[in-house]
Design a protein around this ligand. Structure first.
Ligand SMILES: C[S@@+](CC[C@H](N)C(=O)[O-])C[C@H]1O[C@@H](n2cnc3c(N)ncnc32)[C@H](O)[C@@H]1O
Length: 268
């Protein structure tokens, strides 16, 4: 018996809720949700007897975001102990760049509560669709923006890169304040070690609602500060490769169209 479903609501308000997620919400005694999309609350209300929005009660301006995550996890686990089953419904995919579900998993494990995780359409999926990218062709490197700086993570300029959470760069405090250009100076310097100054990058905010288009800004890496006032917490940075990697192994290449080789690696 499941006590807690951790479910993704998809990226775009209501339209990307999967049938399995809708089904578990209908079978829950409470849905606690983290999604500020217009219409999410009114979509959930007819599906479940108790609908609780966690955003307003969890975040406080200029306070650590981790306090909000702990509050949400505690609320979800309390509800599951009191009146299971419950759904913790989160914007996008519940395990992509989201810490509260991992806290819920940890607490539930300690309390012997049964948890199931249901995927949702993530910003990752929407970015691939909007930018027409296939992440398998050239590979993909993905990092959280502040973590990139904290650990001075190296980048491979031959592989496309997605940098998450560029809006809340360099802080673990909650804030909706508009960024100054200076916020991006260290990120630009870090990227400049691997990419030329005029390398075109893309800041993207995929559409949050079916009637809205995505916001896509293309600019030279060194000009990123000029977009600071437009890059809010929902944006991701796509950095295309600056070079393509030539083939290194000509034996593998020769084998690709060899019947003899195919027979040597398969059973008849
Ligand atoms: C807290 S994470 C949540 C991600 C979410 N769980 C998901 O699956 O997409 C927020 C980050 O996801 C990315 N993100 C969220 N919504 C986005 C959107 N509409 N377009 C592009 N990136 C988005 C941004 O990098 C943002 O800073």
């Amino acid at each position: 018996m499941t006590d807690i479903w951790i479910a993704g609501l998809g990226l775009q308000t209501v339209t990307q809720v999967t049938r399995e997620v809708e089904l578990v919400i209908r079978s829950s005694r409470e849905v606690l949700y983290l999604d500020t999309g217009v219409g999410t609350g009114s979509f959930l209300e007819p599906l479940c007897p108790r609908v609780t929005s966690l955003y307003e009660q969890s975040y406080s301006n200029q306070r650590p975001r981790v306090n909000a995550y702990e509050h949400m996890a505690a609320r979800v686990v309390d509800a599951a102990l009191d009146h299971p089953p419950v759904t913790f419904a989160i914007h996008g995919h519940p395990l992509v760049a989201a810490h509260p579900p991992f806290l819920v998993l940890e607490l539930a494990n300690a309390l012997d509560l049964q948890v199931m995780v249901l995927p949702g359409i993530s910003a990752f999926d929407a970015i691939l669709a909007d930018l027409r990218l296939d992440p398998v062709v050239h590979g993909l490197q993905m990092y959280e923006a502040t973590d990139l700086l904290l650990r001075r993570r190296p980048l491979d300029p031959e592989v496309p890169a997605l940098i998450w959470q560029i809006g809340p760069l360099e802080t673990c405090l909650h804030s909706l304040a508009v960024s100054r250009p200076e916020r991006f100076s260290r990120l630009i310097s870090h990227l400049r070690q691997y990419y030329p100054p005029r390398h075109e990058v893309v800041a993207i905010y995929c559409s949050p609602h079916p009637i809205l288009p995505p916001a896509i800004f293309r600019f030279a890496l060194e000009d990123m500060g000029g977009y600071a006032h437009r890059i809010h917490a929902g944006f991701t940075l796509y950095v295309p490769p600056a070079a393509s990697r030539p083939i290194q192994d000509y034996q593998v290449l020769a084998n690709l169209s060899s019947v003899e080789h195919l027979r040597s690696i398969t059973r008849s």
